[in-house]
Design a protein around this ligand. Structure first.
Ligand code: UFG
Length: 359
C-alpha cells in the first residue's frame, strides 16, 4: 500500500502550499486525527464507500503518516487543531461539509499525572475546531468520545442517560468537549453526534493498518506482544474485582464496526435537525481479562503466560454498553461481534508489523 505524501510542517513563517483540489465533485469530510488508530480505520472505510472526498488533518504527534493511504479521493494536510491558522488553511482550501474529530490524547494514567496537558490538547483543541467550524460555516461534526465519560457507572449496561461522573481527567476532558459541542449546536445551529466508544480493538481486514501506540497500554496489543516475542508475560491487573472470575470486564468492539458507525453518522447528520446527540458504541456484552487472554491463546495457538498483579488505579470493574440508540438512530448493524475475529484481526496486524508503522 502506498502512502500519502506528507505536506511540510505548518510551523515557520511561510505556510506550505495547500495540496491540490479534488477532481471528483463529492462532499468533503475533514478527518482531524485521521492518522491515528481509530481515525485511520474510519478514513479507510469512507474511501471504500466512494461517495466522499476525505481531507486528513493531523499533526502526527501520535498518528502515523504511513497510516494515511495514497488515494485519488484523499488529501493530507499536516496541522494542529489548536492552531487557528492551520484550521483556516485547510477550511479555505476545501469546501468542508463534515468534520470528524479524533485528535485527542487518550492515556488515562498520563491524564491523571498531567491533567492540564489533557485539557489543553483535548478541550482547547475542540474549542479551536468549533470556532473554525463556526467561522467557516461548517455545519456537521462527528466527535470521538468515550465510555470514560461515565466513570464507575451503575447499573450495567450503561445507557446514554446514565450519569456521567468521570474518574479521570481524560474522561473529564471528553465530557467537557461534549458539553461545549452541545452549547455550540444550540447557539450556532450546528449538528453534532458524539460517539462514546467502549473498548476499541482489532485491525483492518486488509492487514495494512492497526493499533500502534507509544507507550502501548491496551490489553489486546499487550497480550499479543507475548507470542510476538516482545514480552515474557501479560500482567492481569486485579483479580479481586466483583466479577465472575475477579478480573475486569469490558465490552470490546471491533474498530471496523466503529468505522461503519461513523460513516452512518454522516448520513444521519445530513438529514437531522440542528442539535447534539450522544451514542454509545459497544456490543452489550463483556469479556473479563482472563477471557481475553484465553481467546488470544486459542487464536494464536501460543501458551501466553499470564501473571496476577495488583489493580491498576482507576479501573472500573465492569463497563458494558447499551447501544440501542446507535442501532435505532443510525441503523447501525455491527458485523464483527466476535472476540476471536477481533483478536484475529489484531494478530494479523501485529504479527506482520511487530514494530508497528516503524520501518
Ligand atoms: N489490563 C490488564 N493488563 C494489561 C493491560 C490492561 O490486566 O497489561 C486490564 C485493565 O486493567 C482493564 C482491561 O485490561 O481492566 C482493559 O484495559 P485497557 O487498557 O485495554 O482498556 P481500558 O478499559 O482501561 O480503557 C478503555 C479505553 C480508554 C477509555 C476507557 C474507559 O482504551 O480510552 O476504556 O474506561 F478511557
Amino acid at each position: 500500500m502506498t502512502r500519502a505524501q506528507e505536506s511540510p510542517s505548518p510551523s515557520g513563517d511561510v505556510s506550505p502550499p495547500p495540496p491540490p483540489p479534488f477532481t471528483q465533485d463529492m462532499p468533503v469530510v475533514m478527518v482531524a486525527g485521521g492518522a491515528g488508530y481509530i481515525g485511520s480505520h474510519v478514513v479507510e472505510h469512507l474511501l471504500s464507500l466512494g461517495v466522499y472526498n476525505v481531507v486528513v488533518f493531523d499533526n502526527l504527534s501520535t498518528g502515523h503518516s504511513d497510516a494515511v493511504p495514497s488515494h485519488p479521493n484523499l488529501r493530507f494536510v499536516q496541522g494542529d487543531v489548536r492552531s487557528d491558522s492551520d484550521l483556516d488553511r485547510v477550511m479555505e482550501a476545501y469546501p468542508v461539509e463534515y468534520v470528524m474529530h479524533f485528535c485527542a490524547l487518550s492515556l488515562v494514567g498520563e491524564s491523571v499525572s498531567q491533567p492540564l496537558k489533557y485539557y489543553d490538547n483535548n478541550v482547547v483543541g475542540t474549542l479551536r475546531l468549533l470556532e473554525a467550524m463556526v467561522r467557516h460555516s461548517v455545519p456537521h461534526l462527528v466527535f470521538s468520545s468515550t465510555a470514560a465519560v461515565y466513570g464507575q457507572a451503575q447499573p450495567e449496561p450503561i445507557r446514554e442517560d446514565t450519569p456521567t461522573i468521570p474518574l479521570n481527567p481524560y474522561g473529564g476532558s471528553k465530557l467537557a468537549c461534549e458539553q461545549m459541542i452541545r452549547w455550540t449546536c444550540e447557539a450556532h445551529g450546528l449538528k453534532a453526534v458524539a460517539l462514546r466508544y467502549f473498548n476499541a480493538a482489532g485491525a483492518s481486514a486488509t492487514g495494512d493498518i492497526g493499533e500502534d501506540h507509544h507507550p502501548e497500554t491496551h490489553l489486546i496489543p499487550l497480550i499479543l506482544q507475548v507470542p510476538n516475542g516482545k514480552r515474557d508475560n501479560i500482567k492481569v491487573f486485579g483479580t479481586d474485582y466483583p466479577t465472575e472470575d475477579g478480573t475486569c470486564v469490558r465490552d470490546y468492539i471491533h474498530v471496523s464496526d466503529l468505522a461503519s458507525a461513523h460513516a452512518l453518522a454522516l448520513g444521519h447528520l445530513a438529514q437531522t435537525q440542528p442539535g447534539f446527540n450522544a451514542m454509545n458504541l459497544g456490543y452489550g456484552r463483556g469479556f473479563s481479562v482472563r477471557d481475553v487472554i484465553d481467546h488470544a491463546r486459542s487464536v494464536t495457538g501460543e501458551a501466553i503466560a499470564a501473571v496476577d498483579a495488583p489493580r491498576r488505579p482507576g479501573d472500573p470493574p465492569t463497563l458494558v454498553a447499551e447501544a440501542g440508540r446507535a442501532r435505532e438512530v443510525l441503523q447501525w448493524v455491527p458485523e464483527n461481534d466476535n472476540l476471536d475475529s477481533i483478536i484475529g484481526s489484531a494478530w494479523k496486524w501485529h504479527e506482520s508489523h511487530p514494530d508497528g508503522f516503524k520501518k
